[in-house]
Design a protein around this ligand. Sequence first.
Ligand SMILES: C[S@@+](CC[C@H](N)C(=O)[O-])C[C@H]1O[C@@H](n2cnc3c(N)ncnc32)[C@H](O)[C@@H]1O
Length: 239
Amino acid sequence: MTLLRDEELTAAFDHAARGYDALAAVNPGYHAQLRRSVRRLGLPGHGAGLRLLDLGCGTGASTAALRSVLPAAHITAVDASAGMLRRAAAKPWADGVTFVRAPAERLADAGVTGPFDAVFAAYLLRNVSDPDGVLTAVRDLLVAGGRLGVHEFTLSGRRADRAVWTLVCRGLVQPAASALGDGRLYRHLWRSVVDFDTAARFAARVRAAGFAHVRTLPLPGWQTGITHTFVARRPETAR
Ligand SMILES: C[S@@+](CC[C@H](N)C(=O)[O-])C[C@H]1O[C@@H](n2cnc3c(N)ncnc32)[C@H](O)[C@@H]1O
């Protein structure tokens, strides 16, 4: 299959929005691992005075993780899919979050100009047509020294990890998603991970986009070797 991109991908997420939280709920550790990645940003205290951007917020699982770890921060949550965003905005914790419908490639057109103290992107970058362009734009939205956190399916490069990923997708995720009428999106999920960067390649991509202090951190459980947190900073001085 070919990967879904841009409007086609957004339409697929619009349709999948109603089943997204149910599928996330049966993924062991989905929410705990997002919170772990947020903690890895190493932001101080409860986030008082901090401006955070959740890029590709979906139905709000990553936004909820930001709220839980940094409850005093101001969060802007962006997604291209109106269906996903509507679900996020209806969550009980959503008061005080600024939700914006926009593609990650055209944030300024939607009035998202920063600056931000941190940008978090969970399960987004493998889905965009130009990850380098989005990373560079994100860097420019950050204050000097601002943090980037990426939580993403990025295989280790070991055959065993790819085999586990294929088994999970074919045996569990795709049958459940097909029953909900979202088979195409979840076939895209499998392919988008297999085709995307390994963890080492993605870390190099983040460095090439002008970030410093890039670290790659594994996640526990079945996602070890499959999903990683990447943390990095915008350099204090311009390059
Ligand atoms: C797999 S979901 C992840 C949602 C959420 N971050 C989470 O952790 O559950 C990916 C989200 O990215 C959004 N997305 C994909 N491509 C995008 C783009 N180019 N610009 C903005 N959002 C995009 C989709 O609409 C979808 O809601």
